[in-house]
Design a protein around this ligand. Structure first.
Ligand SMILES: O=CC(=O)O
Length: 331
């Protein structure tokens, strides 16, 4: 008889291949209808599972963790951001937290570029006209947007995704600037031809496009505060594929409404899945392009994320340090 398989509770539906593998390896309780769990369901899961596999749609705060059962040893998050998990409270109860670092870098960077192009090049407005059947025909002065080649891009948070965006934006002819807690090595910086700004304020005041790529931690909540957003240039665009709460959304809306900021491409929102009706109005006016948090939504990416979750669980269960352990000091 082999070892007893760990009871792994997965809170949302995952790609079939991932679920099949999980069934083979674990005593897996899957969520076949993909109904989001209530807080009560979540607590019940934490009370019985050896391993919980949550996603960003689950709020695992200190109060929830306090009710975890004695068998719960690992929270193997399906996703990179762990701002919905109180990692410190988990650690205090000797519960390990892992994420899926690295596998959604390229997809998120691609979607960032899509938004970076979509807003100034009026992609959604144009697509609507073409689909409506009411295109009046080509004209030299119609549907004019703004060029991104030659413009200054300011990247906030130069980790894996920030650097992947920098590589792409460089190929699009933009000049790359960044603000990060730590400066990159000279080799990496030179490779990206990136300019480091120790002062976020100074960088914001000079950029044509600002793109957010830092994690959501207590230190980055409203990092783009009202004061900082007001430093942005009048023709500038903001792109956010990180987390909504990093940006003071109400102020961003006001600044776009007044023309103080030209527009924004947003994949994440401060109160998602609710989207501020004023943002929807700005989308109708072609000032913003809104996406429903799909930066990492590729089939390949989701399968890679599932594989990462499995590797983390297996390593942990075999008594090894899981590769994507999130330390409380990192959040
Ligand atoms: O937003 C998605 C993630 O953090 O994985």
């Amino acid at each position: 008889m082999g070892k007893k398989k760990p009871l792994v509770i997965v809170t949302r539906k995952l790609p079939d291949v991932v679920e099949t593998r999980m069934r083979e390896l674990f005593d897996a309780r899957l969520n076949e209808d993909d109904r989001p769990m209530s807080q009560a369901d979540l607590v019940a899961a934490l009370q019985t599972a050896d391993v919980l596999v949550p996603t960003i749609t689950d709020r695992i705060d200190a109060a929830v963790i306090a009710q975890a059962g004695p068998d719960l040893r690992l929270i193997a998050n399906f996703g990179t951001g762990v701002d919905h998990i109180d990692v410190e409270a988990a650690s205090a109860r000797n519960i390990t937290v892992t994420n899926t670092l690295g596998v959604l870098t390229e997809d998120t960077a691609d979607m960032t570029m899509a938004l970076m192009l979509a807003v100034p090049r009026r992609l959604v407005e144009g697509a609507k006209v073409a689909a409506s059947g009411s295109w009046p025909g080509w004209s030299p002065t119609w549907m004019l947007g703004n060029r991104i080649a030659g413009k200054r891009l300011g990247i906030i948070g130069m980790g894996r995704i920030g650097q992947a965006v920098a590589r792409r934006a460089k190929a699009f002819g933009m000049s790359i600037h960044y603000h990060n807690r730590r400066r990159l090595s000279a080799t990496v910086e030179d490779g990206l031809e990136a300019t480091y700004w120790e002062s976020l304020d100074q960088m914001l005041a000079r950029m044509d496009v600002v793109s957010v790529h830092c994690p959501r931690t207590p230190a980055t909540y409203h990092l783009l505060s009202a004061r900082r957003l007001k430093l942005m240039r009048a023709g500038a665009y903001l792109v956010n594929t990180a987390r909504g709460e990093i940006v003071d959304e109400a102020t961003l809306i006001k600044l776009i409404e007044s023309g103080a900021i030209a527009g924004a491409g947003l994949d994440v929102f401060e109160h998602e899945p609710a989207i501020n009706p004023k943002l929807r109005k700005l989308a109708d006016a072609g000032k913003v392009v809104l996406l429903p948090h799909m930066g990492s939504a590729t089939l390949e990416g989701r399968i890679d994320m599932g594989e990462k979750v499995i590797v983390n669980i297996r390593n942990f269960m075999d008594g090894h340090r899981p590769p994507d352990r999130v330390l409380p000091t990192a959040v």
